[in-house]
Ligand binder design. Structure first.
Ligand code: HEM
Ligand SMILES: *[C@@H]1O[C@H](CO)[C@@H](O)[C@H](O)[C@H]1NC(C)=O
Length: 314
């Protein structure tokens, strides 16, 4: 009897530490074409606008860091509901929601009321990365959608582009991610764009920056005005997923303050250098860190719901 109890306890511990309720084959019987549908829609979207791979990847990050990967970021504000879209890190910045809507419409047509918005976002983010040349990883599914959102958690638990290294490490640690994960996941900035308002202070005021790079970025980011003007987060191939982000950091060409702190005499410099010369290692570690991020406290079992429309609670 004592043995049985010990065995059961150990099994439970294993289960809770590895998200046993998420599995690769969760929809195999109930919506076998789900992954193909997501993939095709992402292909179309990215063909129309390559940046959408980046935008969807960022949505997934902003979903997972706020009360777990539960599609809370997708909920619209209403007269009686305050969501996360107008939290500081998301307002006039988070984008790509229409792509998730289009995917959801197709998935609902194929298997109505079955696949969560949280899983759609997880698979779409992965497919976006693959479609622009990045690594592929298996995404365990079975997440359910939140009936709630938290604007204050979105304001407080997402890192800011003005964060220093200590803050980044502690904000990621709060989500079960370690310092090397901060470096690998920041490599997401190998794709996509940022607005002038997020890097103005860096290009005008910071000293650990390549002066030619700073001058070049100033040409599209005046010292006042032009707040929403875009520049690529990575200098050479911002529509292509590769390790050039790390080469940029080593040349003091990180665009955001929070990028350059990874290579500014801190504890993770060696890892930045390593990724800059070893694309395979970056890909492997990025994929592993994405799996970790995707497993941040999902709703499973009978918690939450399967939203019919990703923008509103059923
Ligand atoms: C380490 C802390 C991070 C900070 C402070 C940060 C901050 C930012 C900021 C300020 C932007 C520009 C947004 C805009 O101008 O509207 C951005 C863009 C982006 N971020 Fe991050 N980020 C971080 C980590 C991550 C992670 C972990 C991922 C994904 C794994 C990610 C993916 C992206 C992508 C792909 C874009 C481009 C989005 C687009 O072009 O639409 N970021 N990030
Ligand atoms: C540069 O730093 C100064 C002093 O902190 C600040 O007043 C100014 O607004 C900064 N300039 C830009 C362009 O951010």
């Amino acid at each position: 009897m004592a043995h049985l109890f010990v065995a059961v306890s150990i099994l439970c511990l294993l289960a809770s530490s590895s998200n046993a309720q998420l599995s690769k084959d969760f929809y195999d019987q109930t919506c076998p074409n789900f992954q193909t549908i997501v993939r095709n829609e992402m292909e179309q979207a990215i063909y129309g606008e390559p940046r959408l791979a980046a935008s969807i990847l960022r949505l997934f990050f902003h979903d997972c860091f706020v009360n777990g990967c539960d599609a809370s970021i997708l909920l619209d504000d209403t007269g009686t509901f305050i969501g996360e879209k107008n939290a500081a890190p998301n307002q006039n910045s988070a984008r790509g929601f229409e792509v998730i809507d289009a995917i959801k419409t197709k998935v609902e047509a194929a298997c109505s009321g079955t696949v969560s918005c949280a899983d759609i976002l997880a698979i779409a983010a992965r497919d976006g990365v693959v479609l622009v040349g990045g690594p592929k990883w298996e995404v365990a599914v079975g997440r359910r959608d939140a009936r709630t959102a938290s604007q204050s958690a979105a304001n407080n638990e997402l890192p800011s582009p003005f964060s220093d290294m200590t803050t980044l490490i502690s904000m990621f640690a709060a989500k079960g991610l370690n310092a090397p994960d901060v470096v690998a996941l920041s490599g997401a900035h190998t794709i996509g764009q940022a607005q002038c308002r997020f890097f103005r202070d860096r290009i005008y005021n910071e000293t650990n920056i390549d002066p030619n790079f700073a001058t070049f970025r100033m040409s599209n980011c005046p010292s006042s005005g032009g707040d929403t003007n875009l520049s690529p987060l990575e200098t050479t191939t911002a529509n292509f997923f590769d390790n050039n982000y790390f080469t940029d950091l080593m040349a003091n060409r990180g665009l955001l303050h929070s990028d350059q702190v990874l290579y500014d005499g801190g504890s993770q410099e060696d890892l930045v250098r390593f990724y800059s010369i070893n694309n395979d290692a970056f890909f492997t570690d990025f994929a592993a860190a994405m799996v970790k991020m995707g497993n941040i406290s999902p709703l499973t079992g009978t918690s939450g719901e399967i939203r019919r429309n990703c923008r509103v609670v059923n």
